[in-house]
Each structure stands twice: as C-alpha cells, then as structure tokens.
Ligand binder design. Structure first.
Ligand SMILES: Cc1cc2nc3c(=O)[nH]c(=O)nc-3n(C[C@H](O)[C@H](O)[C@H](O)COP(=O)(O)O)c2cc1C
Length: 211
C-alpha cells in the first residue's frame, strides 16, 4: 500500500522551501529507483544527472519556465537520453550484461544484430523519441519513490532543452535532456496547488475492461 498512499499524497509542487534539504540517503533512494527502471531491450539508453550545486542551478534557471522552483528545490534531476543508438553503445551494454551474468561474450549477438539492424536504419528523430520514452519510465519510478519517502517533487518538461544541454555540455557526453525532476520540500504557504484536490480520471472511465 505504501506506493498507492504515496501517489495519493504527492503532487507536482509549485514552490519549494530552500531552507529544507533532502538527505543524501533519500536522494540516493530516488536515484536508485530511476536506475532500476526497466527499458526496452535493457539498453538503459539514458543517464540521470543530479545537480545539487546552487551556482549551477542558478545558471540552469535561465532555461526554466518555473525558475523559483528550480532555484529553491534541493536537487534537480535531469533525465538525459542517448543522442542516438550506435553499434558500440549496444555492444557495450550487452558485453557488460553477459559479463555480469557469467555468460560467454556474444551470447546475445543474434539479438544485438537485430537491434542494430532496426535502430541504425531508422531516422535519428524516431530513435531519439524511442529513447526519450524509456526515460519517462525512470522518471515515473523516481516520482513514486520520492512519494513513498514523503519527499516533494515536480516532474518538469517546462524548460528549454537547448539551454540545459548547452550549460551542461551534454553533447560531449552524447546526451540530450528530456525531462527534469525537482526534488525538495514544499514551501506550503506559497505552493498554491497544495490545498487543491487531486483529480484523476475516474476508474470506471480510465479502465477499459474486456472480461
Ligand atoms: C512529463 C511531465 C511534465 C510535466 N511538466 C511540468 C512542468 O513543466 N511544470 C509543472 O509545474 N508541472 C509539470 N508537470 C506536472 C503535471 O502538471 C501534474 O503532474 C499533473 O497536473 C497532475 O497533478 P499532480 O501531479 O499534482 O497530481 C509535468 C508532469 C509530467 C508527468
């Protein structure tokens, strides 16, 4: 029940209290949930970048639609996808997997050959859209973990990706930002959405059942 309770408790916070800090232990758990996310073919084609440094946050603020939130939260987690699939990236993941599992190198080569054939033939935008979808699973799990810990957060697409990518020089890492997650503790009096009821599509309407 802890997850459902947490999901009912959480909301996308609109104002953070900069005097309250999220502990290292809690941020580690949130990041670990992000890391454990499943991904298509297990490629994990993304990284999370955790920014706690206030000076850096102040720079990133220029790309944010809600700058105060970014400034006042404790951590900004950036979900950044691979800028493209490459044969080397696919091989690296599968070489590591076979090694970790004690299997012979190349055990999955027919599968990785298939992945390369599909991905490398597709337009870059289509591949990045696929990569970006993987990051959202990770974001969702991180949001769920934060909620279980009663740590406040905001999922964020309201930012200028090019500003974030440039400041963090993500091109040098072969990455492009997809979404952000602000993590911190709400400034409740100024968090105007906090008193409002959580609204979701009613279950009867949301779930389409074929019995
Ligand atoms: C992918 C994604 C992007 C979002 N981007 C923003 C954002 O840029 N700014 C913001 O204040 N809220 C953002 N939200 C929060 C949603 O508006 C919010 O989750 C939704 O209205 C449901 O409300 P709740 O999360 O408070 O229950 C985003 C949510 C998601 C899942």
């Amino acid at each position: 029940m802890a997850l459902i309770e947490g999901l009912n408790w959480r909301h996308a916070v609109k104002a953070y209290d900069s005097s309250k800090k999220v502990s290292k232990e809690n941020i580690d758990k949130i990041v670990e949930a992000a890391r454990l996310a499943p991904s298509s073919s297990g490629l994990q084609p993304f990284n999370v970048i955790v920014v706690e440094n206030q000076e850096l946050k102040e720079k990133l603020v220029q790309g944010a639609l809600n700058p105060d939130c970014m400034r006042d939260c404790t951590h900004v987690i950036i979900f950044a996808g691979w800028d493209r699939y490459t044969a080397e990236r696919i091989d690296k993941v599968y070489d590591f997997t076979t090694q970790e599992r004690g299997l012979e190198k190349g055990r999955f080569s027919s599968y990785t050959d298939m992945l390369k054939k599909i991905y490398l033939a597709q337009p870059a935008e289509e591949n990045f859209a696929h990569i970006a979808r993987q990051t959202y699973i990770s974001l969702g799990l991180a949001l769920g973990q934060a909620a279980e810990l009663k740590v406040d957060s905001t999922p964020v697409e309201g930012f200028d990706n090019s500003v974030v990518d440039e400041i963090l020089e993500l091109d040098k890492l072969g990455l492009k930002s997809v979404s952000l997650m602000y993590v911190g503790y709400a400034d409740t009096p100024n968090d105007w959405i906090a008193p409002m009821k959580k609204v979701r599509t009613p279950k009867e309407e949301f779930v389409i059942e074929f019995k």
